[in-house]
Design a protein. Sequence first.
Length: 612
Amino acid sequence: MKATPIQEHTSPLNAQQAQQLTSLIETLTPMQVTWISGYLSGINASAATGEVAAPQQSMPAAQGDASEPLTILYGSQTGNAEDIAETLRERAEAAGLNATVYDMLDYKPKDLKKEKNVIVCVSTHGEGDPPDNAEELHAFIYGKKAPKLDGLKFSVLAFGDTSYEHFCQTGKDFDAQLEKLGGKRLTDRVDLDVDFDEAAEAWIETVVDKYKDELGGGDTGHPTVTAMPSAGGAAASAGETYSRKNPYPAEVLENVVLNGRGSDKEVHHIEMDTEESGLVWEPGDSLGIIPENDPAVVEELIAALGLSPEEQVTGIDGEVTLQHALTHQYEITTLTRPLIEKYAVQAQNESLDALLAEDQREVLAEYMHGRFIIDLVEDYPIEGITGQDFVRLLRKLPPRLYSIASSHAANPDEIHLTVAAVRYESVGRARNGVASIQLADRSEDVQLPIYIDHNKNFKLPDNNDAPIIMIGPGTGVAPFRAFMEEREEREAGGDNWLFFGAQHFLTDFYYQTDWLRWRKEGLLTRMDVAFSRDQEEKVYVQDKIRAAGKDVFDWIEHGATVYVCGDANAMAHDVHEALLELIGENANLDAEGAADYLKKLQKEKRYQRDVY
C-alpha cells in the first residue's frame, strides 16, 4: 500500500513512530489496511469504555497467496513507473495473485534467477539511459554474471517521451535482454508516451488477466481499484482532489525577473495562489502545469497549412475549432520521428521518405534539431490537407514540470517556481518555450491548470539532525530553496551546505537575499558559489566540489545526504565524476571502489538526483 511519508512535525507521533508506521503501511495489502483500521477502531472504542478489546477473527488467507509469486520491478526517475507498478500490484492482488513490488534499487539482482513471473515497469531517462534506481539491475542483465532465465515469464511496460530519439530505450533493453537470457514474453511490450493514463490502464487490465490465466488467481475479496493514481505521485492527502486529469485553476500572484540588468539569462520567480486548492506538497516535489500554445504560433501554423482557424475538427474533447484544438489540446512545436513518419504517409514526398531511411538517422536528427512542426509543414507541404487530417498526426499537449521552490509548511497558500524563459533563434525563425514563455509573458489575469507531481526519490531526510549537501546551479537551485524553508520551519538542527553556480555574481545570483539571510542566521552552514564568467578561466560547481573534496567527504562520512538538481546533459555527469574522484582520493579507493561507495549511498537514499 502506497503511503505518503508521515512527518513528525505534521503528526502527534515522534520521529521513530512516524517512520515505523510509514514503513509498516507500505508493506500492507489493501485488505490488511482495512482489517487493521477496524482493529484500531476497536481498541480506541474499548479505551473509551474501559473494556479490553477482544481479538479480531483472523483474516482468511487470500487464494492468491497459494499461487506462484508475481514480482513487479520498477525503475523510475520521477515516480510515474512507480505509481503504475503500485496500481498494478493492487489490481493483481484483487485478482487473487500473490504480487510484490520492488524498487529496482532495493532488489538484489542475483535473485532474478529465482523468479518465475516478473513484470518490469521502467522509464527512460534522457537520451536512452536507465533511471538512477534501475542502473544496477540494467547493468547486471547485460553483464557476464547475468543468469539463464529459461523458466521466467515476463512482461514489460516502458515509459518514455517521443521527443527523444531513443524513445523508451530502457524498457526495450529489458524486454530484449530478458528474452535473450531465456525468458518467455507473456505479453507484448507496451511503450508509453508522456500522455500515458489510458494506455497504462488498458495494459494493466491485459497483463493482470494474462497472469491470472497463467497462475490461476481467484477472487480474494480485495477491493477492486478503479482509479489510476494522479501523475507522478504519492497518494493524495485527504481533501486533495486535483490531479493531472483534474488540474486546479491557479492565479499568478507574483512574476519577478531574478536577473539583473545586462544578464544573458532571463529567469522568473513565479508565485501562484493555491489557498483554495487543498494541494499539499513536500520539498522535492514538482508542479505540473498544463500549458497552452502561443496564439501567435498557432496563427502562423494555420496560415502555413492554408486552413481556416474556424474549421471544425474532432479534437480530444469533441467538436472544436482548429484554432482551439491547436491552442489548447495538441503539441504543435516539438518535432519527433513518429510524427514525421505519420506526416510522410500523407505527404507522399520522395525527399521526406529518403530522410526517414534507417541509414539517415543522423541526418534526420540534424534536421529535427532546432526546428518546429511548422518547418516540416513549410518544407514538405501537403496539398489539400484538412484540419482533421493534421490534428490526427499530433500528440496531446503534455504538461510541463517545474521543481517547487517553496515549502508548504512555510507558504501553505502559494507555490513558488523558478522558471528560465526559453527564447532563441534557429533556422531563421524565433523560437519560444511553450510553458516558460506563457508563465513569463502571458500569465496575468488568467488561470493556469496545475497539479502536484510528487517525487519520492528526492526528499529531505526524516532525521532533522542529518546534514545535507545541495548542488544546484542555475534554476536547479529551486528545490533547495524549498529545502531550506522546510528546515527552517522544522527548526532542524542538521547542517546545510549549498553549491550554487551561474554566469555572473552581479546579475545571476538567484535568491541571494534568502541565502545570505540563512547564512547569517546559521541555518545555512556553508555556501560555495561558482560564477563561471567572472574570471578568465571558467569555474563551475564541479570545480568547487573538487576544491572542497576533503570537507565534502567528511560530511558524507558523518551522514550527509547529497542532492543534485539541474541539467542532466553536462552538469549532472560532471558532478558525478567529481564525487567519484573525491571519494576515491579521500577513501583511498580505486575507480571501482569509489563507484561502489557511491552506489551504496544511492541505495541508502543518501545520493539523490533530480536532473532533466
